[in-house]
Design a protein around this ligand. Structure first.
Ligand SMILES: [Ca+2]
Length: 190
């Protein structure tokens, strides 16, 4: 083959071209196993020229977002709320309200937190890992109701807020901030 290259006009150029191509191929093959020019995004790590992605990303350079399987509420910081019920009276006549959170998606009850007894309306309190967590659907709007527990059959709605659990391209925020509360979350991926 190379002998043929010598026999035709411009053969030397062809030989040079063949050698150059062979060299380029060798460089390319060795570069395949090198991480020198591989920039993995989103905390991906390069291993033998390939990006190993964290569970929430995929793709050659970990640039593609993977939708979560579910969202886990880790803690909720509930700020001060109004001190009186809509009728103008205090939430409880003889003590402070007994506060808990109820979670709804698509009009379905998803679960409730533990109750904090005798919570003064003016203070900030945290519902933490022991009071939660609640696993929710990433695709349905979440309604969080702040409730005052009176008796097994009587509860009063203090306030509610809506949160969107997952937005594509939103880079998985660890905290959602609302007017009256903020929610710390983690994302579960398959
Ligand atoms: Ca009450």
């Amino acid at each position: 083959m190379i002998q043929l290259a010598y026999d035709i006009p411009g053969g030397k150029q062809i030989k040079f071209l063949v050698l150059t191509l062979a060299f380029a191929l060798l460089c390319f093959l060795s570069a395949c196993n090198s991480c020198e020019d591989v920039n993995c995004q989103n905390d991906g790590t390069c291993l033998k020229g390939n990006c190993e992605c964290p569970p929430q990303y995929w793709g050659a350079f970990c640039g593609e977002e993977k939708p979560p399987e579910s969202v886990i509420i880790q803690s909720i910081i509930l700020g001060p709320f109004r001190s009186t019920a809509p009728n103008g009276l205090p939430w409880d006549l003889t003590s402070e309200p007994d506060v808990y959170l109820a979670f709804y998606q698509d009009n379905q009850f998803m679960g409730a937190s533990n109750m904090l007894e005798n919570e003064a309306p003016g203070r900030t309190r945290t519902f933490s890992a022991g009071d939660l967590p609640i696993e929710i659907n990433p695709n349905d709007l979440l309604q969080v109701r702040v409730m005052d527990y009176d008796t097994p059959s009587e509860r009063e709605l203090i306030l509610f807020e809506y949160f969107k659990p997952y937005s594509r391209g939103g880079a998985f925020p660890m905290q959602w901030v609302g007017a009256g509360m903020s929610i710390n979350v983690t994302y579960k991926h398959p």
